[in-house]
Design a binder for this molecule. Structure first.
Ligand SMILES: [Mg+2]
Length: 275
């Protein structure tokens, strides 16, 4: 009753009212019952439902890598190698062996590429495949109101280009993604200039900085390589493939191996992680 009283004053205040998950669940159930019982107050009740459902669902969030994770190949690394072959041949092996930081290496290669080649650079992503089950996985998360944030050590333009593609529901994949965090590019000068709001530590896109922008109780990380290590170390549940498995073995961090997004969805369907 008191829950309804407070929520009727301002439904969005419920997070402040609820001191813990048990409080939230009790208030959620009371207020949904209240909203359902007063059908003539449609808009207000919808507002209550929407607010409470969002608050209840904010406890888990997915942080998902892009290259080699959403796409089947490393679109950004491949484009670097194509448009700056000499520097890439020198630098990329050092990055993978952790002998040079991503921040130094990616900047050196990317900023050696002339600005007039930028449209062709982004076009490299056009024919790259998306890993099976991604669209269904986004729907699975959407049904449970779990946000999916795509974090890439590559370019926003390339990620957005791929997410323009339609999913199984006929809508662009981007509709199922909360936000995209990656590097932007300035093409005003003769050579590309990186604009990276999350540059920090050893990385051009410090994924843990992006994680820190969100409030959540539990984080799921999905990735495949070097740029995902710190994100994975900070997550509560990690799905790792390829090199990320080796790096996490070195770090002693547990992970679930995966190959397609169907593997991840099936794992989550059969676990109590969202409970
Ligand atoms: Mg990757």
């Amino acid at each position: 009753m008191w829950g309804c009283f407070f929520v009727k004053i301002c439904p969005e205040r419920i997070l402040a009212i609820a001191k813990n998950e048990v409080h939230k669940k009790i208030l959620f159930i009371i207020c949904l019952g209240q909203a359902g019982g007063e059908k003539n107050k449609g808009d207000y009740n919808l507002r209550i439902k929407s607010t409470l459902q969002k608050l209840m669902a904010a406890k888990t969030i997915v942080f998902c890598d892009f290259d080699g994770t959403i796409t089947t190949v490393d679109t950004f690394g491949d484009a670097l190698a194509k448009f700056s072959p000499e520097l890439s041949a020198q630098i990329l092996p050092k990055l993978y062996n952790r002998e040079m930081t991503l921040r130094e290496g990616v900047r050196a290669i990317l900023e050696s590429i002339p600005s007039d080649q930028f449209p062709a650079f982004v076009d490299e992503v056009n024919d790259k495949e998306i890993r099976p089950g991604f669209s269904e996985f986004l729907q699975f998360l959407g049904d449970r109101q779990v946000p999916c944030v795509v974090i890439s050590g590559g370019l926003v333009a390339m990620v957005e280009r791929v997410l323009e593609r339609k999913g199984v529901n006929g809508q662009p994949l981007r509709h199922g993604v909360e936000s995209v965090a990656a590097m932007n590019i300035d093409t005003l000068d003769e050579y590309l200039t990186i604009i990276s709001p999350f540059e920090g530590g050893t990385e051009m896109v410090e994924k843990v900085q992006v994680m820190g922008k969100y409030e959540y109780d539990k984080a799921i990380a999905i990735g495949d390589s070097l740029t995902d290590i710190n994100m994975a170390l900070k997550a509560d549940l990690v799905f790792a493939r390829r090199h990320l498995q080796e790096y996490l073995d070195q770090e002693g961090k547990n992970y679930i191996p995966w190959e397609t997004f169907d593997d991840i969805r099936h794992y989550l369907e059969n676990s109590d992680f969202f409970a």
